[in-house]
Design a protein around this ligand. Structure first.
Ligand SMILES: [Fe+2]
Length: 603
Protein backbone atom coordinates (compact mmCIF):
# COMPACT_ATOMS: atom_id res chain seq x y z
CA UNK A 1 0.00 0.00 0.00
CA UNK A 2 1.43 3.32 -0.90
CA UNK A 3 2.30 5.83 1.76
CA UNK A 4 -0.29 8.20 0.39
CA UNK A 5 -3.07 5.64 0.58
CA UNK A 6 -2.14 4.80 4.17
CA UNK A 7 -2.09 8.45 5.09
CA UNK A 8 -5.48 8.90 3.40
CA UNK A 9 -7.06 6.04 5.37
CA UNK A 10 -5.59 7.42 8.58
CA UNK A 11 -6.94 10.88 7.83
CA UNK A 12 -10.42 9.48 7.14
CA UNK A 13 -10.32 7.48 10.40
CA UNK A 14 -9.27 10.54 12.38
CA UNK A 15 -12.02 12.57 10.73
CA UNK A 16 -14.67 9.91 11.53
CA UNK A 17 -13.52 9.68 15.15
CA UNK A 18 -13.50 13.47 15.45
CA UNK A 19 -17.01 13.64 13.97
CA UNK A 20 -18.25 10.96 16.41
CA UNK A 21 -16.66 12.77 19.34
CA UNK A 22 -18.23 16.03 18.22
CA UNK A 23 -21.64 14.37 17.87
CA UNK A 24 -21.30 12.85 21.36
CA UNK A 25 -20.31 16.21 22.81
CA UNK A 26 -23.23 17.90 21.07
CA UNK A 27 -25.79 15.35 22.28
CA UNK A 28 -24.33 15.48 25.79
CA UNK A 29 -24.48 19.25 25.68
CA UNK A 30 -28.08 19.26 24.47
CA UNK A 31 -29.20 17.08 27.35
CA UNK A 32 -26.92 18.54 29.98
CA UNK A 33 -28.65 19.75 33.13
CA UNK A 34 -26.22 22.68 33.13
CA UNK A 35 -28.21 24.38 30.41
CA UNK A 36 -31.45 24.74 32.25
CA UNK A 37 -32.54 28.32 32.26
CA UNK A 38 -32.36 29.70 35.76
CA UNK A 39 -35.39 31.95 35.87
CA UNK A 40 -36.31 32.37 39.51
CA UNK A 41 -39.94 33.07 38.71
CA UNK A 42 -42.17 33.16 41.74
CA UNK A 43 -45.20 30.91 41.64
CA UNK A 44 -48.18 33.29 41.62
CA UNK A 45 -51.04 32.93 44.13
CA UNK A 46 -53.41 30.11 43.17
CA UNK A 47 -56.91 30.92 41.98
CA UNK A 48 -58.08 27.50 43.13
CA UNK A 49 -57.42 27.16 46.82
CA UNK A 50 -60.23 25.80 48.98
CA UNK A 51 -63.06 25.68 46.46
CA UNK A 52 -61.61 22.84 44.38
CA UNK A 53 -64.67 22.04 42.26
CA UNK A 54 -66.32 23.29 40.11
CA UNK A 55 -63.65 25.38 38.38
CA UNK A 56 -63.27 27.46 35.24
CA UNK A 57 -61.60 24.51 33.49
CA UNK A 58 -63.84 21.80 34.94
CA UNK A 59 -67.26 23.38 35.41
CA UNK A 60 -70.54 21.99 36.72
CA UNK A 61 -73.53 21.78 34.38
CA UNK A 62 -76.80 22.02 36.32
CA UNK A 63 -80.42 22.42 35.26
CA UNK A 64 -82.55 25.16 36.88
CA UNK A 65 -83.86 23.82 40.19
CA UNK A 66 -81.20 21.09 40.18
CA UNK A 67 -78.52 20.23 42.71
CA UNK A 68 -75.01 21.68 42.53
CA UNK A 69 -72.47 19.53 44.33
CA UNK A 70 -69.34 21.49 45.25
CA UNK A 71 -66.08 20.18 46.70
CA UNK A 72 -64.05 22.08 49.27
CA UNK A 73 -60.63 21.35 50.72
CA UNK A 74 -60.80 22.82 54.22
CA UNK A 75 -57.80 21.05 55.72
CA UNK A 76 -56.09 24.33 56.58
CA UNK A 77 -59.24 26.00 57.90
CA UNK A 78 -59.35 26.16 61.64
CA UNK A 79 -62.57 25.00 63.25
CA UNK A 80 -63.77 23.24 60.10
CA UNK A 81 -64.34 19.84 61.78
CA UNK A 82 -67.79 20.54 63.13
CA UNK A 83 -69.27 22.34 60.14
CA UNK A 84 -72.82 21.59 59.05
CA UNK A 85 -74.70 22.30 55.85
CA UNK A 86 -76.21 25.54 57.23
CA UNK A 87 -72.72 26.95 57.80
CA UNK A 88 -72.09 27.01 54.06
CA UNK A 89 -73.38 29.72 51.75
CA UNK A 90 -73.17 29.87 47.99
CA UNK A 91 -74.17 32.45 45.43
CA UNK A 92 -73.74 32.73 41.70
CA UNK A 93 -73.53 35.72 39.39
CA UNK A 94 -73.87 35.67 35.60
CA UNK A 95 -70.51 35.99 33.86
CA UNK A 96 -72.13 38.11 31.13
CA UNK A 97 -71.33 41.81 31.62
CA UNK A 98 -74.88 43.00 30.75
CA UNK A 99 -76.26 40.97 33.64
CA UNK A 100 -73.75 42.26 36.20
CA UNK A 101 -75.52 43.03 39.45
CA UNK A 102 -77.64 39.88 39.49
CA UNK A 103 -76.72 37.51 42.31
CA UNK A 104 -78.58 34.31 43.13
CA UNK A 105 -78.35 32.65 46.53
CA UNK A 106 -78.27 28.84 46.57
CA UNK A 107 -79.94 26.83 49.29
CA UNK A 108 -77.51 24.56 51.21
CA UNK A 109 -78.73 20.94 51.31
CA UNK A 110 -76.03 18.67 52.64
CA UNK A 111 -72.41 18.72 53.77
CA UNK A 112 -70.29 15.62 54.26
CA UNK A 113 -66.66 14.57 54.21
CA UNK A 114 -65.20 11.92 51.96
CA UNK A 115 -62.87 11.27 49.04
CA UNK A 116 -63.01 13.70 46.11
CA UNK A 117 -65.15 12.48 43.25
CA UNK A 118 -64.10 15.26 40.91
CA UNK A 119 -60.33 15.39 41.39
CA UNK A 120 -59.43 11.69 40.94
CA UNK A 121 -55.84 11.85 42.19
CA UNK A 122 -56.40 14.26 45.07
CA UNK A 123 -54.71 12.85 48.13
CA UNK A 124 -52.02 11.12 46.09
CA UNK A 125 -49.37 13.64 47.14
CA UNK A 126 -49.83 13.55 50.86
CA UNK A 127 -52.59 16.14 50.82
CA UNK A 128 -55.60 15.46 52.98
CA UNK A 129 -57.43 12.38 51.77
CA UNK A 130 -60.82 13.86 52.46
CA UNK A 131 -62.64 16.83 51.06
CA UNK A 132 -65.96 18.43 51.94
CA UNK A 133 -68.76 17.72 49.51
CA UNK A 134 -71.40 20.40 49.94
CA UNK A 135 -74.54 20.38 47.84
CA UNK A 136 -76.81 23.33 47.10
CA UNK A 137 -80.18 23.76 45.40
CA UNK A 138 -80.03 26.04 42.33
CA UNK A 139 -83.04 28.41 41.99
CA UNK A 140 -85.67 27.00 39.64
CA UNK A 141 -85.88 30.28 37.74
CA UNK A 142 -82.14 30.78 37.22
CA UNK A 143 -81.49 32.02 33.70
CA UNK A 144 -79.55 29.52 31.57
CA UNK A 145 -76.17 31.23 31.47
CA UNK A 146 -72.59 30.78 32.58
CA UNK A 147 -72.06 31.82 36.22
CA UNK A 148 -69.26 32.75 38.58
CA UNK A 149 -69.59 30.84 41.84
CA UNK A 150 -68.84 32.03 45.38
CA UNK A 151 -68.81 29.67 48.32
CA UNK A 152 -68.53 30.96 51.88
CA UNK A 153 -68.26 29.43 55.31
CA UNK A 154 -69.59 31.36 58.27
CA UNK A 155 -69.75 29.29 61.43
CA UNK A 156 -70.24 31.46 64.50
CA UNK A 157 -69.63 28.86 67.17
CA UNK A 158 -66.72 27.17 65.42
CA UNK A 159 -65.03 30.38 64.36
CA UNK A 160 -64.39 28.99 60.88
CA UNK A 161 -64.69 31.50 58.05
CA UNK A 162 -63.70 31.50 54.40
CA UNK A 163 -64.85 32.88 51.07
CA UNK A 164 -63.69 31.90 47.63
CA UNK A 165 -64.90 32.69 44.15
CA UNK A 166 -64.35 30.73 40.96
CA UNK A 167 -65.25 32.39 37.63
CA UNK A 168 -67.23 30.54 34.92
CA UNK A 169 -67.62 27.54 37.20
CA UNK A 170 -71.34 26.82 36.80
CA UNK A 171 -73.27 26.43 33.57
CA UNK A 172 -77.02 26.53 34.05
CA UNK A 173 -78.32 24.49 31.16
CA UNK A 174 -81.81 23.96 29.91
CA UNK A 175 -83.41 20.61 30.56
CA UNK A 176 -82.26 19.32 27.21
CA UNK A 177 -83.80 16.62 25.13
CA UNK A 178 -81.31 14.09 23.85
CA UNK A 179 -79.74 16.59 21.45
CA UNK A 180 -76.74 18.72 22.25
CA UNK A 181 -73.68 20.15 20.56
CA UNK A 182 -70.13 20.75 21.66
CA UNK A 183 -67.04 22.25 20.10
CA UNK A 184 -63.52 20.85 20.39
CA UNK A 185 -60.54 23.22 20.20
CA UNK A 186 -56.91 22.24 20.23
CA UNK A 187 -53.43 23.77 20.17
CA UNK A 188 -54.18 27.42 20.80
CA UNK A 189 -50.53 28.25 21.54
CA UNK A 190 -50.79 31.73 23.00
CA UNK A 191 -47.32 33.20 22.52
CA UNK A 192 -45.53 36.52 22.52
CA UNK A 193 -44.50 38.51 19.45
CA UNK A 194 -41.13 37.65 17.92
CA UNK A 195 -41.38 34.09 19.21
CA UNK A 196 -39.67 32.38 16.27
CA UNK A 197 -36.46 30.47 16.62
CA UNK A 198 -34.18 28.97 14.01
CA UNK A 199 -35.91 25.59 13.96
CA UNK A 200 -39.42 26.59 15.02
CA UNK A 201 -41.15 29.44 13.25
CA UNK A 202 -44.08 31.21 14.92
CA UNK A 203 -45.95 33.88 13.04
CA UNK A 204 -46.94 37.20 14.62
CA UNK A 205 -50.19 37.08 12.66
CA UNK A 206 -53.19 37.40 14.91
CA UNK A 207 -51.17 39.07 17.69
CA UNK A 208 -51.69 42.75 18.56
CA UNK A 209 -48.76 45.18 18.78
CA UNK A 210 -48.65 44.52 22.49
CA UNK A 211 -48.88 40.75 22.02
CA UNK A 212 -52.56 40.19 22.81
CA UNK A 213 -53.76 36.93 21.21
CA UNK A 214 -56.40 38.52 18.95
CA UNK A 215 -56.67 35.23 17.04
CA UNK A 216 -58.01 33.61 20.22
CA UNK A 217 -60.44 36.46 20.92
CA UNK A 218 -61.75 36.14 17.32
CA UNK A 219 -62.18 32.39 17.77
CA UNK A 220 -64.04 32.96 21.04
CA UNK A 221 -66.33 35.51 19.35
CA UNK A 222 -67.40 32.83 16.86
CA UNK A 223 -67.86 30.22 19.59
CA UNK A 224 -70.01 32.66 21.59
CA UNK A 225 -72.18 33.12 18.50
CA UNK A 226 -72.49 29.43 17.68
CA UNK A 227 -73.05 28.82 21.42
CA UNK A 228 -72.57 25.04 21.69
CA UNK A 229 -73.63 23.50 25.00
CA UNK A 230 -69.98 23.29 26.03
CA UNK A 231 -66.45 23.53 24.67
CA UNK A 232 -63.83 20.82 25.09
CA UNK A 233 -60.28 22.20 24.93
CA UNK A 234 -57.69 19.59 24.04
CA UNK A 235 -54.55 21.25 25.36
CA UNK A 236 -51.51 23.27 24.29
CA UNK A 237 -53.06 26.55 25.34
CA UNK A 238 -49.66 28.24 25.42
CA UNK A 239 -46.17 27.82 23.94
CA UNK A 240 -43.86 28.28 26.92
CA UNK A 241 -40.81 27.36 24.92
CA UNK A 242 -38.96 30.37 23.61
CA UNK A 243 -37.77 32.63 26.40
CA UNK A 244 -37.05 31.95 30.04
CA UNK A 245 -40.05 32.46 32.27
CA UNK A 246 -42.49 33.34 29.50
CA UNK A 247 -44.83 30.47 30.41
CA UNK A 248 -46.45 32.53 33.16
CA UNK A 249 -47.13 35.55 30.96
CA UNK A 250 -48.66 33.39 28.23
CA UNK A 251 -50.83 31.53 30.74
CA UNK A 252 -52.15 34.88 32.06
CA UNK A 253 -53.00 36.06 28.54
CA UNK A 254 -54.76 32.75 27.89
CA UNK A 255 -56.69 32.98 31.16
CA UNK A 256 -57.89 36.54 30.43
CA UNK A 257 -59.10 35.43 26.97
CA UNK A 258 -60.85 32.43 28.50
CA UNK A 259 -62.88 34.83 30.65
CA UNK A 260 -64.45 36.15 27.40
CA UNK A 261 -65.88 32.72 26.54
CA UNK A 262 -69.56 32.62 27.46
CA UNK A 263 -69.85 28.83 27.17
CA UNK A 264 -68.78 26.27 29.84
CA UNK A 265 -65.32 24.98 28.95
CA UNK A 266 -63.71 21.66 29.91
CA UNK A 267 -59.93 21.88 29.69
CA UNK A 268 -57.29 19.18 29.61
CA UNK A 269 -53.54 19.78 29.41
CA UNK A 270 -51.18 19.34 26.46
CA UNK A 271 -47.39 19.09 26.54
CA UNK A 272 -46.69 22.83 26.23
CA UNK A 273 -49.01 23.55 29.16
CA UNK A 274 -46.91 21.34 31.42
CA UNK A 275 -43.40 22.37 30.52
CA UNK A 276 -41.25 23.47 33.39
CA UNK A 277 -40.00 26.87 32.31
CA UNK A 278 -39.32 28.86 35.45
CA UNK A 279 -42.41 27.38 37.05
CA UNK A 280 -44.01 23.97 36.59
CA UNK A 281 -46.83 24.42 34.07
CA UNK A 282 -48.69 21.37 35.40
CA UNK A 283 -48.85 22.98 38.86
CA UNK A 284 -50.07 26.27 37.33
CA UNK A 285 -52.79 24.35 35.49
CA UNK A 286 -53.99 22.71 38.72
CA UNK A 287 -53.78 25.94 40.70
CA UNK A 288 -55.76 27.98 38.18
CA UNK A 289 -57.77 25.78 35.83
CA UNK A 290 -58.63 22.48 37.53
CA UNK A 291 -57.72 18.78 37.66
CA UNK A 292 -55.41 17.37 34.99
CA UNK A 293 -57.73 14.38 34.43
CA UNK A 294 -61.39 13.82 35.30
CA UNK A 295 -64.72 12.83 33.79
CA UNK A 296 -68.21 14.32 33.48
CA UNK A 297 -71.63 13.47 32.07
CA UNK A 298 -73.98 15.32 29.74
CA UNK A 299 -77.39 14.05 28.69
CA UNK A 300 -76.64 10.37 29.46
CA UNK A 301 -73.30 10.60 27.63
CA UNK A 302 -69.97 10.13 29.41
CA UNK A 303 -66.85 12.21 28.76
CA UNK A 304 -63.42 11.26 30.10
CA UNK A 305 -60.59 13.80 29.89
CA UNK A 306 -57.00 12.57 30.25
CA UNK A 307 -53.55 14.00 30.88
CA UNK A 308 -51.49 12.44 28.09
CA UNK A 309 -48.22 14.15 29.08
CA UNK A 310 -47.57 12.19 32.26
CA UNK A 311 -43.78 12.62 32.41
CA UNK A 312 -41.60 13.23 35.46
CA UNK A 313 -40.50 16.82 36.00
CA UNK A 314 -36.96 16.31 34.68
CA UNK A 315 -38.33 15.33 31.27
CA UNK A 316 -40.58 18.43 31.18
CA UNK A 317 -37.86 20.98 31.98
CA UNK A 318 -37.29 23.34 29.07
CA UNK A 319 -33.59 23.70 28.40
CA UNK A 320 -31.47 26.09 26.40
CA UNK A 321 -30.22 24.41 23.25
CA UNK A 322 -28.65 27.68 22.02
CA UNK A 323 -30.80 27.97 18.90
CA UNK A 324 -34.06 27.10 20.61
CA UNK A 325 -35.47 25.82 23.88
CA UNK A 326 -36.71 22.28 24.20
CA UNK A 327 -37.87 19.85 26.86
CA UNK A 328 -36.56 16.30 26.82
CA UNK A 329 -40.04 14.95 26.01
CA UNK A 330 -43.00 16.44 24.20
CA UNK A 331 -44.81 13.32 22.99
CA UNK A 332 -47.52 11.37 24.82
CA UNK A 333 -47.30 9.17 27.90
CA UNK A 334 -50.20 7.86 30.02
CA UNK A 335 -49.40 5.52 32.85
CA UNK A 336 -49.88 4.51 36.45
CA UNK A 337 -47.19 6.85 37.73
CA UNK A 338 -45.80 6.60 41.23
CA UNK A 339 -47.09 9.40 43.43
CA UNK A 340 -44.96 12.30 44.57
CA UNK A 341 -42.16 12.09 42.03
CA UNK A 342 -42.87 15.26 40.10
CA UNK A 343 -45.03 13.61 37.47
CA UNK A 344 -47.44 15.96 35.70
CA UNK A 345 -50.38 14.02 37.14
CA UNK A 346 -49.37 11.71 39.95
CA UNK A 347 -51.58 8.75 40.60
CA UNK A 348 -52.74 5.73 38.74
CA UNK A 349 -54.31 7.28 35.66
CA UNK A 350 -54.64 4.10 33.60
CA UNK A 351 -56.29 2.20 36.48
CA UNK A 352 -58.58 5.16 37.08
CA UNK A 353 -59.48 5.24 33.37
CA UNK A 354 -60.33 1.53 33.39
CA UNK A 355 -62.56 2.03 36.44
CA UNK A 356 -64.16 5.17 35.03
CA UNK A 357 -65.01 3.48 31.73
CA UNK A 358 -66.37 0.30 33.30
CA UNK A 359 -68.49 2.40 35.70
CA UNK A 360 -70.08 4.00 32.64
CA UNK A 361 -70.60 0.90 30.54
CA UNK A 362 -74.30 1.79 30.39
CA UNK A 363 -73.85 5.35 29.11
CA UNK A 364 -75.40 6.01 25.73
CA UNK A 365 -72.10 7.39 24.49
CA UNK A 366 -68.52 7.14 25.76
CA UNK A 367 -66.12 9.86 24.64
CA UNK A 368 -62.47 10.11 25.65
CA UNK A 369 -60.49 13.29 25.09
CA UNK A 370 -56.72 13.74 25.35
CA UNK A 371 -54.04 15.88 23.77
CA UNK A 372 -51.99 13.01 22.29
CA UNK A 373 -54.32 10.43 20.78
CA UNK A 374 -52.81 6.94 20.65
CA UNK A 375 -54.02 6.03 17.15
CA UNK A 376 -53.41 8.78 14.60
CA UNK A 377 -52.62 8.07 11.87
CA UNK A 378 -54.22 4.69 11.23
CA UNK A 379 -53.11 3.09 14.48
CA UNK A 380 -49.47 4.17 14.22
CA UNK A 381 -49.66 6.61 17.13
CA UNK A 382 -47.26 9.29 15.87
CA UNK A 383 -47.95 11.30 19.03
CA UNK A 384 -46.27 8.66 21.22
CA UNK A 385 -43.24 7.57 19.24
CA UNK A 386 -39.82 9.19 18.95
CA UNK A 387 -39.23 11.89 16.40
CA UNK A 388 -36.37 10.87 14.12
CA UNK A 389 -33.97 13.59 12.94
CA UNK A 390 -32.21 12.39 9.80
CA UNK A 391 -31.71 8.95 11.29
CA UNK A 392 -29.09 10.15 13.80
CA UNK A 393 -31.03 11.77 16.62
CA UNK A 394 -34.21 10.44 18.20
CA UNK A 395 -36.10 12.61 20.64
CA UNK A 396 -39.35 13.57 22.21
CA UNK A 397 -41.16 10.29 22.61
CA UNK A 398 -40.98 6.64 23.42
CA UNK A 399 -43.81 7.26 25.88
CA UNK A 400 -45.64 4.48 27.64
CA UNK A 401 -49.33 3.74 27.57
CA UNK A 402 -50.16 3.84 23.86
CA UNK A 403 -50.98 0.12 23.56
CA UNK A 404 -52.81 0.15 26.89
CA UNK A 405 -54.95 3.08 25.75
CA UNK A 406 -55.86 1.38 22.48
CA UNK A 407 -56.77 -1.76 24.43
CA UNK A 408 -58.90 0.13 26.94
CA UNK A 409 -60.85 1.92 24.20
CA UNK A 410 -61.55 -1.37 22.42
CA UNK A 411 -62.43 -3.29 25.59
CA UNK A 412 -64.72 -0.62 27.02
CA UNK A 413 -66.41 0.19 23.74
CA UNK A 414 -65.45 3.84 23.58
CA UNK A 415 -67.23 5.52 20.69
CA UNK A 416 -64.95 8.43 19.97
CA UNK A 417 -61.51 9.67 20.99
CA UNK A 418 -60.75 13.36 20.35
CA UNK A 419 -57.12 14.47 20.13
CA UNK A 420 -54.89 17.27 18.87
CA UNK A 421 -51.11 17.81 19.14
CA UNK A 422 -50.29 17.03 15.49
CA UNK A 423 -52.02 20.18 14.21
CA UNK A 424 -53.79 18.28 11.47
CA UNK A 425 -57.18 16.82 10.71
CA UNK A 426 -57.16 13.06 10.57
CA UNK A 427 -59.80 10.41 11.26
CA UNK A 428 -59.47 6.65 11.59
CA UNK A 429 -61.11 3.86 13.54
CA UNK A 430 -60.35 0.57 15.28
CA UNK A 431 -62.89 -2.17 16.03
CA UNK A 432 -64.20 -2.89 19.53
CA UNK A 433 -63.08 -6.08 21.18
CA UNK A 434 -65.72 -8.72 20.49
CA UNK A 435 -67.25 -6.68 17.68
CA UNK A 436 -70.42 -4.65 17.72
CA UNK A 437 -68.85 -1.33 16.91
CA UNK A 438 -65.68 0.72 16.60
CA UNK A 439 -63.77 3.53 18.22
CA UNK A 440 -63.43 6.57 15.97
CA UNK A 441 -60.17 8.45 16.55
CA UNK A 442 -60.09 12.03 15.36
CA UNK A 443 -57.14 14.35 15.55
CA UNK A 444 -57.64 17.98 14.70
CA UNK A 445 -56.10 21.16 13.42
CA UNK A 446 -54.96 24.01 15.66
CA UNK A 447 -56.43 27.41 16.50
CA UNK A 448 -53.40 29.57 15.62
CA UNK A 449 -51.43 30.16 12.42
CA UNK A 450 -48.30 28.12 13.17
CA UNK A 451 -45.39 29.44 11.20
CA UNK A 452 -47.64 31.16 8.67
CA UNK A 453 -47.13 30.77 4.90
CA UNK A 454 -48.53 27.85 2.91
CA UNK A 455 -50.10 24.99 4.80
CA UNK A 456 -52.30 21.96 4.23
CA UNK A 457 -54.27 22.83 7.40
CA UNK A 458 -56.19 25.96 8.34
CA UNK A 459 -57.11 27.24 11.83
CA UNK A 460 -60.34 25.58 12.89
CA UNK A 461 -62.51 23.66 15.33
CA UNK A 462 -64.72 20.60 15.44
CA UNK A 463 -68.44 21.17 15.85
CA UNK A 464 -69.88 17.95 17.25
CA UNK A 465 -73.59 17.20 17.13
CA UNK A 466 -75.03 14.52 19.39
CA UNK A 467 -78.51 13.09 18.91
CA UNK A 468 -79.98 10.24 20.93
CA UNK A 469 -76.54 9.22 22.20
CA UNK A 470 -74.96 9.16 18.74
CA UNK A 471 -72.38 11.54 17.33
CA UNK A 472 -74.13 12.42 14.09
CA UNK A 473 -71.56 14.93 12.86
CA UNK A 474 -68.06 16.08 13.84
CA UNK A 475 -66.59 17.45 10.65
CA UNK A 476 -66.96 20.13 8.03
CA UNK A 477 -67.99 18.85 4.58
CA UNK A 478 -65.80 15.79 4.06
CA UNK A 479 -66.06 13.65 7.19
CA UNK A 480 -62.51 14.53 8.28
CA UNK A 481 -61.92 18.29 8.26
CA UNK A 482 -62.42 20.83 11.02
CA UNK A 483 -64.66 23.86 10.56
CA UNK A 484 -62.54 26.85 9.49
CA UNK A 485 -62.35 30.01 11.59
CA UNK A 486 -61.55 32.12 8.49
CA UNK A 487 -62.91 32.55 4.99
CA UNK A 488 -60.67 31.21 2.23
CA UNK A 489 -60.06 27.85 3.93
CA UNK A 490 -60.97 24.61 2.15
CA UNK A 491 -60.65 21.03 3.40
CA UNK A 492 -57.80 19.19 1.73
CA UNK A 493 -56.52 22.29 -0.12
CA UNK A 494 -53.36 24.29 0.47
CA UNK A 495 -53.97 27.63 2.13
CA UNK A 496 -51.82 30.74 2.54
CA UNK A 497 -52.17 31.30 6.27
CA UNK A 498 -50.76 34.84 6.04
CA UNK A 499 -53.87 35.95 4.16
CA UNK A 500 -56.55 34.65 6.54
CA UNK A 501 -58.41 37.61 8.06
CA UNK A 502 -62.17 37.40 7.54
CA UNK A 503 -64.11 35.42 10.16
CA UNK A 504 -66.20 32.64 8.62
CA UNK A 505 -69.23 33.50 10.79
CA UNK A 506 -70.21 36.81 12.36
CA UNK A 507 -73.15 38.88 13.60
CA UNK A 508 -73.69 42.48 14.61
CA UNK A 509 -76.39 44.78 15.86
CA UNK A 510 -77.98 46.84 13.15
CA UNK A 511 -80.25 49.89 13.23
CA UNK A 512 -83.66 48.28 13.76
CA UNK A 513 -85.66 50.77 11.68
CA UNK A 514 -89.12 52.19 12.25
CA UNK A 515 -91.04 50.81 15.23
CA UNK A 516 -88.59 48.02 16.03
CA UNK A 517 -86.74 47.61 19.30
CA UNK A 518 -83.59 45.98 17.96
CA UNK A 519 -82.11 44.65 14.76
CA UNK A 520 -79.24 42.42 13.69
CA UNK A 521 -77.33 41.18 10.68
CA UNK A 522 -75.59 37.79 10.60
CA UNK A 523 -73.25 36.50 7.92
CA UNK A 524 -72.00 33.04 6.98
CA UNK A 525 -69.06 32.25 4.70
CA UNK A 526 -69.12 28.53 5.40
CA UNK A 527 -70.36 26.17 2.70
CA UNK A 528 -72.94 24.77 5.15
CA UNK A 529 -75.83 26.41 7.03
CA UNK A 530 -75.05 27.52 10.58
CA UNK A 531 -77.29 27.74 13.61
CA UNK A 532 -76.33 30.69 15.81
CA UNK A 533 -77.70 30.28 19.34
CA UNK A 534 -75.65 33.02 20.95
CA UNK A 535 -76.96 36.22 19.42
CA UNK A 536 -78.03 38.48 22.27
CA UNK A 537 -79.60 41.91 21.76
CA UNK A 538 -80.37 44.63 24.25
CA UNK A 539 -83.74 46.23 23.58
CA UNK A 540 -86.58 48.22 25.07
CA UNK A 541 -88.63 45.85 27.21
CA UNK A 542 -92.07 44.96 25.88
CA UNK A 543 -94.81 46.03 28.30
CA UNK A 544 -96.70 42.85 27.42
CA UNK A 545 -93.60 40.70 27.87
CA UNK A 546 -94.10 39.46 24.32
CA UNK A 547 -92.03 40.21 21.25
CA UNK A 548 -92.49 39.70 17.57
CA UNK A 549 -89.25 38.53 16.00
CA UNK A 550 -88.44 38.56 12.30
CA UNK A 551 -85.54 36.48 10.95
CA UNK A 552 -84.87 34.65 14.20
CA UNK A 553 -86.45 32.72 17.00
CA UNK A 554 -86.64 34.28 20.46
CA UNK A 555 -85.21 31.82 22.99
CA UNK A 556 -85.81 34.01 26.04
CA UNK A 557 -86.06 37.59 27.30
CA UNK A 558 -84.38 38.60 30.56
CA UNK A 559 -85.00 41.96 32.29
CA UNK A 560 -81.79 43.94 32.64
CA UNK A 561 -80.85 44.32 36.28
CA UNK A 562 -81.62 47.77 37.69
CA UNK A 563 -83.50 48.92 34.59
CA UNK A 564 -86.98 47.48 34.08
CA UNK A 565 -87.38 49.30 30.78
CA UNK A 566 -84.63 47.30 29.06
CA UNK A 567 -84.42 43.61 28.29
CA UNK A 568 -81.82 41.18 27.01
CA UNK A 569 -83.18 39.12 24.14
CA UNK A 570 -81.60 35.75 23.34
CA UNK A 571 -82.11 34.80 19.70
CA UNK A 572 -81.54 31.72 17.61
CA UNK A 573 -80.70 32.44 13.97
CA UNK A 574 -80.33 30.02 11.06
CA UNK A 575 -78.05 31.37 8.35
CA UNK A 576 -77.98 29.54 5.03
CA UNK A 577 -74.74 28.34 3.44
CA UNK A 578 -72.55 31.02 1.87
CA UNK A 579 -70.01 30.76 -0.93
CA UNK A 580 -66.53 30.57 0.65
CA UNK A 581 -63.73 32.59 -0.93
CA UNK A 582 -61.02 30.81 -2.92
CA UNK A 583 -58.33 32.23 -0.61
CA UNK A 584 -57.89 34.83 2.10
CA UNK A 585 -57.42 37.59 -0.48
CA UNK A 586 -60.23 36.36 -2.74
CA UNK A 587 -63.31 36.89 -0.57
CA UNK A 588 -66.38 34.72 -0.89
CA UNK A 589 -70.02 35.72 -0.99
CA UNK A 590 -71.55 35.55 2.48
CA UNK A 591 -75.06 34.39 3.07
CA UNK A 592 -76.69 37.17 5.08
CA UNK A 593 -79.59 37.04 7.46
CA UNK A 594 -81.15 40.23 8.79
CA UNK A 595 -83.85 40.44 11.41
CA UNK A 596 -85.51 42.64 13.98
CA UNK A 597 -87.46 42.50 17.17
CA UNK A 598 -90.72 44.37 17.78
CA UNK A 599 -92.30 44.66 21.20
CA UNK A 600 -95.91 43.49 21.17
CA UNK A 601 -98.13 46.21 22.67
CA UNK A 602 -101.03 45.56 25.03
CA UNK A 603 -101.36 42.85 27.65
FE1 LIG B 1 -48.81 19.34 21.65
Amino acid sequence: MSVWLRRGVKAVLVLVLAALALLGLTLGFLHSPFFRYPTGDEFPPARIHRLIWPTIGCPALVTPGGVLETELDLDDLEGAEGLEAEDFRASMRPARAELAGISRELEPLEARRGPSRRWPYRGAEGEGEEVWTVSFRVPGDATPELYDLRVEVEAEGEGAAMSEEQPHAVGIVEDGDDRFTFVTLSDIHVHERGNSSLFSRQTDQGLSDTGEPLFLYRAIEQLNLIRPDFVLMLGDFIRGQRRPGELLKEYERFYQALLELEVPAFLLPGNHDQYVNGIDGARWFEANLGPLYYSFDVGGCHFTCLDSYQWPEGDRVVMNKIFFMEPRRWQGQVMDAPAGEGYSAPGAQLSWLEEDLSDHADSALRVVAMHHDPCTPEGRGYSYINVNYWGIYHAGGGGKGREELLGLMARHRVHHVFGGHLHMDAVSSLPWEGGGGETVYSCQTCVYFGGGGWSGHYPGYRLVEVEGGDIVSFSYLDGTASYPFYDGSHPGAMVDLDLLETPAVWAEEEGPGEGAAAGFAAGNLLAVPVRLRGLVLEAEASPSGRYEVEGAELIRAVALPGDGSRALLYLEVMVEAGVPGEAGDRPGVPSMKRGRVLPVQGR
